[in-house]
Design a protein around this ligand. Structure first.
Ligand code: GDP
Ligand code: MG
Length: 163
């Protein structure tokens, strides 16, 4: 039974906001590791007494939205290799994008647990809009808002259950 959870997804969906929310108050060590894993942040956290390591991917967004799909794919492949469970984060504000579909295609082949988190679900309208993410073919999703923590408890329950 492992305990490494990676957060993947295209830029600006809210991965780091979610990561920081979980890591912050716990005085966990957050490292930027050099080499192949540069731009990946590692932290430790716990949920209901289950300790696990969290990886925030995609610090490659250096002030630009222009990210090569290949780089995102590389981050996803790394996450698939090193994680025991994967949180795939998408953004209800933008809806399903071609990059989301690209990542979903990689994740549908994975044997490891994949939890689809639809972020920025800040109101009821957005909760309704979130249904479009069924089209990614990953099944049930968790509507969350990383900025205020709404829905994140249910997601974390599922994460520790999957580990
Ligand atoms: P990342 O590139 O996936 O790591 O995304 P960031 O965590 O840097 O967030 C990108 C933007 O989305 C920032 O402006 C965040 O404040 C915003 N954001 C993150 N979570 C939420 C949320 O739950 N609701 C809203 N409305 N905005 C959010
Ligand atoms: Mg980030």
């Amino acid at each position: 039974m492992g305990n490494i959870v990676a957060i993947v997804g295209r830029p600006n969906v809210g991965k780091s906001t979610f990561f920081n929310r979980l890591i912050q108050r716990r005085e966990a060590i957050v490292d930027s590791v050099s080499g192949v894993t540069r731009d990946r942040h590692y932290g430790k956290t716990d949920w209901n007494g289950h300790r696990f390591s969290l990886i925030d991917t995609g610090g490659y967004v250096k002030g630009s939205d222009d990210v090569f799909e290949a780089e995102i794919d590389r981050q996803v492949e790394l996450a698939i290799d090193e994680a025991d469970a994967i949180i795939f984060m998408v953004d209800v504000e933008s809806g399903v994008t071609p990059m989301d579909e690209d990542v979903a295609k990689l994740l549908r082949k994975v044997e490891k647990p994949v939890l689809l988190a639809v972020n920025k679900v800040d109101n009821n309208k957005r909760l309704e809009n979130a249904v479009e993410f069924y089209s990614l073919g990953l099944g049930e999703y968790f509507p969350i808002a990383s900025t205020n923590g709404s829905g994140t408890g249910d997601l974390l329950d599922a994460v520790v259950e999957a580990l």
